[in-house]
Design a binder for this molecule. Structure first.
Ligand code: FES
Length: 304
């Protein structure tokens, strides 16, 4: 009776007890040293350029890792179904091998994204990678056994591989949904600005040629004045919400861009387009006009 009362006090009626294993993983500092060393080495090895942007998914406007990983995981689930239903062993081998072939590019894209995350995200991402390395090892062993004619042992190893891959999937889900790695951190901006023009500040209050932050309602804006022109983007970077007004201005192919001070995402000032990752989502841009009394008015560009 007493125990029942204590349980009732611990968990409110109708609520499930919370299991926070992934939360503990986020907070564990045990592997921080190798994680930092590895992510630095990956960043240095990749440098900047086309390959890094491709692996992040810049050309498609969305992270490249999740759809690639889905192909591999889907193949391995299909392998388990084929094995469990006694289908033609050649079909199971083919699907398993396809999953293995897809794992390499998926891992390359995932590692590239991982190298420019916050440390809490990297801790979970590191465990996610270890689980997936375990899955690849088990499936490779399974394929070798099947090719050697040891079908039953190969199936058992594949089931173990599916367990490891599922653990990797759970950790990847935590990374994507709870820790918002890979999410667009500027998506909400256009929902927080009502339709129409809004007064921002006076032109004379802005410094010439130096980005500053200004607040409009609930959102922060990156504001750059060059003479009578005012360029405005959402200030929080779409990658992980870094403050763009603290970034560098650079010229890329003749157009002025801002480089995020946190991980180097580069956005075109004229429309917020991603020029270089890790960001894949464009930075929300704003239209501006200046009233006769010098007050700058803004509205989200897509409202035009
Ligand atoms: S926050 Fe990562 S590049 Fe801007």
């Amino acid at each position: 009776m007493e125990e029942t009362v204590q349980k009732g006090a611990r968990y409110q009626r109708g609520m499930l007890p919370k299991v926070d294993l992934t939360g503990r993983l986020e907070r564990s500092t045990a592997l921080d040293r190798p994680i930092r060393a590895l992510s630095r080495a990956i960043r240095e090895k990749l440098g900047k350029g086309v390959l890094r942007d491709l692996l992040h998914g810049v050309p498609t406007g969305a992270p490249a890792h999740p759809p690639m990983a889905t192909v591999t995981l889907g193949c391995w689930v299909a392998t388990a179904v084929l094995d469990a239903t006694g289908a033609d062993p050649r079909a199971a081998r083919t699907v398993l091998a396809t999953g293995l072939a897809g794992a390499a590019p998926a891992a390359a894209a995932g590692i590239t994204d991982w190298s420019v995350l916050h440390i809490e995200q990297q801790r979970v991402g590191f465990a996610h990678a270890l689980a997936n390395i375990g899955a690849v090892t088990l499936y490779s062993g399974s394929l070798a056994l099947r090719l050697a004619g040891r079908e039953r042992a190969g199936r058992l190893l594949a089931y173990a591989g599916l367990g490891a891959a599922s653990l990797g999937g759970v950790l990847g889900g935590h990374l994507a949904y709870r820790q918002a790695a890979g999410a667009n951190h500027a998506e909400q901006v256009t929902h927080l600005v009502p339709l129409g023009w809004h007064n921002l500040c006076e032109l004379k209050d802005l410094p010439e040629g130096r980005p500053v932050a200004r607040r409009l309602g609930y959102i922060d804006l990156f504001v750059l004045r060059t003479g009578e022109n005012v360029t405005i983007l959402a200030d929080h970077c779409s990658h992980l919400a870094g403050p763009l007004h603290q970034g560098r201005l650079v010229s890329e192919d003749g157009t002025t861009c801002v480089v995020c001070p946190w991980h180097g995402s580069t956005f075109r000032l004229s429309d917020g387009k991603v020029v270089h990752g890790p960001a894949t989502a464009p930075q929300p841009a704003f239209q501006t006009r200046i009233r006769r009394d010098g007050v700058i008015q803004v509205r989200p560009a897509q409202h035009g």
